[in-house]
Design a protein around this ligand. Structure first.
Ligand SMILES: NC(=O)c1ccc[n+]([C@@H]2O[C@H](COP(=O)([O-])OP(=O)(O)OC[C@H]3O[C@@H](n4cnc5c(N)ncnc54)[C@H](OP(=O)(O)O)[C@@H]3O)[C@@H](O)[C@H]2O)c1
Length: 321
């Protein structure tokens, strides 16, 4: 079957590790189901895999992709949940120390077929297209958990999103705006800031800009490039929710600011199956939909990856099968 996969890790040049070609069709064992993928989307996680981050060297070649929507072995339209817990785990899947995301241990979703545990498919609402549904399991689910589960901020509060155009950033802006939060965002270009306003941001700023006032929470996925600004932007007792470190994982800790202002630093990763179901329901009831930058056939996955690596996106890159 056709698939986009990482041949071997190339830390300095992720695109050199990408191949789009034939891979063996997967066979589902007991308790697993085969999903015929209709659409899948690219995440920054896939770039990390191409670089060899978060995956053991002996796992290559590895089909990329965490997100997909398709049709399962029983003919049902489904959305794939990418968090695969160990078989005997119960409770919050994201807290299982042995959990993996699709494409870390098990083959990923950027392919004609993917196999997943039966608990890892949820019904796709008819109101969502396959392309829209394929954007939700990673960036949007992560944004949902950051905002509604981890931040502690109620509707009406003010939240700063570091970044404007990425998968997580666009999801945060759209979800927070729909839920009645005052959403502020930083964006690296005028066009990205304008796009954030169009998505529902109440105000946009250049990276590092002094804000009109301090915020209740900051949603951080950028890391070293924005961390110091994130801490400075928080009001006393505020919360920084961190899900990623695209620009580097080791910013200055600035501990004086953390304890003196009693800031909360909260980590967040993906979301549970129940949170994915709640996210799907929220999209149905609010009418909000993921911002899709480009839809490409799977065979042109390399074009989509080039855009993500260059930071040249305005929402999700979707691949159709
Ligand atoms: N923990 C989890 O479960 C989880 C889930 C999803 C994602 N993540 C992580 O979160 C990060 C974002 O993921 P994504 O899929 O949204 O990525 P993406 O689509 O590539 O977006 C990158 C984002 O980073 C922003 N950014 C700002 N300054 C940057 C800089 N100096 N260098 C690079 N980027 C900069 C960009 O802002 P502009 O709009 O200004 O360009 C853009 O919003 C990744 O590191 C990813 O691994 C973690």
């Amino acid at each position: 079957m056709l698939a986009a996969f990482a041949t071997a890790p190339v830390p300095s040049d992720p695109l050199a590790a990408l191949e789009v070609g034939q891979r063996p069709e997967p066979e589902a064992s007991d308790g697993w189901t085969t999903v015929s993928v209709r659409a899948a989307s690219i995440n920054h996680h896939d770039v990390w895999t191409l670089r060899g981050v978060g995956i053991a060297p002996d796992r290559f070649p590895m089909i990329l992709g965490c997100d997909a929507a398709g049709v399962d072995a029983d003919g049902r339209e489904v959305v794939v949940h990418a968090v695969v817990p160990s078989p005997d785990w119960s409770g919050d899947e994201t807290l299982d120390p042995r959990r993996t995301l699709l494409s870390e241990k098990h083959q990923g979703t950027l392919a004609e077929q993917v196999i997943v545990p039966t608990r890892n498919v949820v019904p796709k609402p008819a109101e969502l297209s396959f392309e829209e549904a394929a954007c939700l399991s990673t960036a949007w689910l992560t944004a949902y958990r950051m905002l509604f589960v981890k931040s502690g901020v109620r509707p009406g509060g003010t939240v700063l999103v570091q970044g404007a155009s990425g998968g997580v950033a666009t999801a945060l802006i759209a979800l927070g705006s729909a839920a009645g939060y005052r959403m502020w965002s930083t964006g690296r270009t005028e066009a990205k800031r304008a796009a954030a306003l169009a998505l529902g941001a109440d105000a946009v700023f250049e990276p590092g800009a002094r804000l009109p006032r301090r915020v209740d929470a900051v949603m951080e996925s950028v890391g070293e490039a924005t961390w110091s600004h994130s801490l400075k932007s928080l009001q006393p007792g505020g919360t920084i929710v961190v899900c990623g470190a695209t620009s580097g994982p080791n910013p200055p800790a600035d501990l004086n600011r953390v304890f003196f202002l009693q800031l909360n630093v909260v980590g967040s990763t993906m979301g549970t199956r129940a949170e994915l179901e709640a996210l799907l329901a929220m999209l149905v009831t609010t009418g909000i939909r993921p911002a899709i930058d480009t839809t490409l056939p799977l065979a042109r996955a390399a074009d989509g990856f080039a855009r993500i690596v260059a930071g040249d996106t305005a929402g999700k890159i979707v691949l159709t099968v």
